[in-house]
Design a protein around this ligand. Structure first.
Ligand code: GCU
Length: 728
């Protein structure tokens, strides 16, 4: 079996299946599950059986026999779906019907464990649930579980390029070995599918949104087919990002105008060709008229025209279009321009005009995956168009694969945020899962952090973010704490001496990273290009970069004050939200500290809730961020001997780098702002270790650039030996 390797380099992820140490518990599992019986055999059922056998042999140390049989009373664990007789025998059809295509029940009846679904996929998810219970040492003797996912499409977006570079990827090369496919098939593909299925992820976009048209050529479709065939056995459908100019680039047409009949026909034929090769192909993801990508506006057409043209081609095959709302192409030099407003301004006029099989994919925040942003105003605003949230699992703005930052709490802030679009309780989760906006398909996306590194994600704890995305996509109501608890137990150990402190570390890690990078609503003060360290001193220059790529545009620091005024007196971004969210952010006395400088420009001596001035508060919060990382180091160091040496050392090493880079952030931002406002860093706080001139001169060598139109990204991997300036 591919995941069984001797050294623990993290390859096995949370499917580690370490032997249950408690003998009594192991015995009870062995008693409850002594064999498997299944009535219908499909590739997905075969995956389910194989996984249960693998997990059981490793967790319990015993082999499980599996039999295909029509005797519904055979086998200690019965897997059944659809019309299988075990289901009629249990009389649960009605209960099951409520659980949809992917839902499942696990029920103990007469000492047998039934795992039932409407489809074989439901059974597979049920099997992973049962395995998780054993991995987390839970009792399984009397189960009555019913699960149904919140979103129909739970999808990873790979930003992977043809040359195996990964845009904003920090875990090595792309796992898709295009040059070897379709003939050579890496065993990683199946392990990737298993990992996803174990969390409930059921879809994947293989290539970068800055899309190379080549992926839909006949040659590449044969390669994609190989992956689709492997993934199908784990309930995963394949999608592709397309280049809107494909009719011109590949078809030799003179235009890619979506209203041109020849263009429409080209897409119709192309889609038919794709479905011939991949009958369950999911559909297209499209980045159009954004950051230089082509799109319908090139021909004077709208986003709706573009999306609907593709939707019409996909419709007969039940495919969908995920059309991204990450747009900000208008002239940014206008003094009243606010990038935060752009998605709303461009998309609201088309609310209700998108075809039924189009979902507009919206980043969680209006700027760009910043450590902390308010929700994008489109959520709750577009009431006649299905929307889906796009999260970023890869840590472009959250410390790459160097920093330990557990992202579930951040994503929960978005999912739980009330938009008030339909009264109280209209959370982002509920306005995107079909509860509030009528829609035929609901979805949620995460930009993948998977790469070819041995441990898949570059940092062992970045695995938790992949896991957490899948779990929240299945059930956005899960608590961050529960997900962290599961992940730690499955990945490392059930030993409470480890789980308790390390879980707390994980739960505190997101807030800590915001504190030492961009607290109190500060945003986009990263260094240009790599988005890792601070670039707070990068100034607006005539003839320089677009203003909305420059930190000064966002922090607006002057000798008098700091922050971006998006209130009614400023750019009025707040008015894009429903009441009372609008007033909440507009009103200085209501606006929470953690969003303050996103919405308000304030004098340095503004009195904060803490009683400190704004400037002193900033200094305190940055310093607290450092103290948190120091605390994380101690907590981790105490785990030596509890976790295996290989993973222990890998994490210890990264935490050291995290502290060094947190110092870089704290020193850079405080010294720079202090140079602007002339105020000292309060003397009771730790003094900076660096000099501002040195930090400003320092160029981090990792060429992850933003995307020129249609170009392949040359992504150099960050060198772990050289991630930032060395503390002196
Ligand atoms: C960010 C990121 C780009 C990416 C873009 C997108 O701007 O830096 O690399 O292409 O988001 O989401 O399309």
């Amino acid at each position: 079996m591919p995941l069984v390797m001797s050294a623990n380099d993290g390859y096995r992820l949370w499917l580690d299946y370490a032997k249950v140490t408690d003998e009594a518990l192991r015995g009870s599992y062995a008693k409850q599950i002594s064999s498997i019986a299944y009535q219908s055999e499909t590739p997905v059922i075969r995956s389910a059986v194989k996984e249960l056998q693998l997990a059981f042999s490793m967790l319990v140390g015993e082999e499980l026999a599996a039999t295909r049989t029509n005797n519904e009373r055979a086998g200690a664990v019965a897997l059944a779906f659809g019309r299988d007789r075990a289901i009629s025998h249990l009389r649960v059809n009605r209960e099951l019907a409520d659980l949809g295509a992917d839902g499942y029940m696990i029920r103990t009846a007469a000492d047998k464990t039934y795992i039932l679904g409407n489809t074989d996929k439901g059974v597979l998810y049920g099997v992973f649930h049962l395995i998780r219970l054993m991995q987390t040492n839970s009792a399984i003797a009397s189960l009555d579980v019913k699960e149904r996912p919140a979103f129909n499409v739970r999808i990873l977006n790979h930003w992977d390029n043809l040359n195996r570079s990964v845009e904003r990827g920090y875990a090595g090369a792309s796992i898709w070995e295009w040059e070897n496919l379709p003939n050579e098939v890496s065993s990683r593909y199946e392990d990737y599918a298993r990992a996803n299925a174990s969390t409930g992820v059921n879809a994947t976009v293989l290539n970068n949104v800055n899309a190379n048209a080549v992926f839909i050529t006949p040659e590449y479709l044969q390669k994609v087919k190989v992956l689709a065939d492997i993934f199908r056995a784990y309930g995963i459908r394949v999608y592709l990002s397309i280049n809107f100019s494909s009719p011109r680039i590949l078809g030799g047409l003179e235009t890619s105008d979506p209203l041109d009949p020849a263009v429409q026909k080209w897409w119709k034929d192309k889609v038919a060709e794709i479905y011939k090769i991949i009958p369950d192909f999911g559909g297209f993801l499209v980045k159009a008229n954004s950051e230089g990508q082509p799109g319908p506006q090139d021909y004077g057409r709208s986003h709706a025209d573009g999306a609907n043209m593709l939707a019409a081609a996909l419709k007969p095959h039940n495919g969908i279009v995920m059309w991204r709302a990450f747009v900000y192409t208008v002239d940014a030099s206008d003094p009243g321009y606010d990038r935060a407003k752009q998605a709303y301004l461009e998309f609201m006029p088309f609310d209700g005009m998108f075809a039924e099989n189009v979902i507009v994919q919206v980043k969680n925040g209006p700027i760009d995956f910043q450590p902390r942003e308010p929700i994008t105003s489109l959520f709750g605003a577009m009431k006649k168009t299905p929307l889906m949230v796009e999260f970023q699992i890869t840590q472009e703005y959250l410390g790459h694969s160097i920093q330990l930052v557990y992202l579930a709490p951040m994503w929960k802030e978005t999912l739980d945020r009330d938009t008030y679009c339909n009264g109280r309780g209209s959370t982002v989760a509920r306005v995107t899962d079909g509860t509030i906006i009528p829609q035929s398909v609901s979805a949620i996306a995460g930009v993948s952090n998977v790469g070819a590194d041995a441990n898949w994600n570059g940092h062992i704890f970045a695995q938790a973010n992949w896991y957490a995305f899948g779990r929240l996509a299945w059930n956005p109501e899960l608590a961050s704490e529960q997900i962290a608890d599961e992940w730690l137990r499955m990945t490392f150990t059930n030993d409470q001496k480890f789980v308790k402190p390390v879980k707390q570390l994980m739960l505190d890690s997101y807030e800590a990273s915001v504190k030492y990078m961009q607290p109190l609503g500060l945003h986009h003060i990263f260094a240009e290009g790599h988005h890792y360290g601070p670039g707070v001193w990068e100034r607006l220059r005539p003839g320089g970069m677009r203003p909305d790529w420059v930190p000064e545009y966002y922090h607006r620091a002057t000798q008098q004050g700091l922050g971006f005024d998006r209130t009614a007196k400023g750019t009025d971004y707040v008015s894009q939200y429903h009441s009372p969210l609008r007033e909440f952010y507009n009103d200085l006395s209501a606006c929470p500290d953690n969003m303050l400088l996103f919405f308000h420009h304030l004098p340095w001596d503004y009195k904060m809730r803490s009683g400190r001035t704004l400037w002193n508060e900033i200094c305190y919060v940055y310093t607290e961020g450092l103290d948190d990382v120091r605390r994380f180091q101690k907590i981790w160091d105490m785990q030596e001997g509890i976790v295996d040496a290989e993973r222990f050392k890998a994490v210890q090493y990264k935490l050291r780098e995290q502290l060094r880079d947190a110092i870089w952030w704290r020193d850079g931002v405080l010294l720079y702002f202090s140079s602007i406002n002339g105020l000292p860093i309060p003397y009771e706080l730790e003094r900076p270790m660096n000099k501002l001139e040195d930090l400003m001169r320092y160029r981090l060598k990792m060429g992850i650039s933003s995307s020129p139109p249609g170009a392949e990204q040359q992504t150099q991997q960050i060198s772990p030996m050289n991630p930032g300036p060395q503390p002196r």
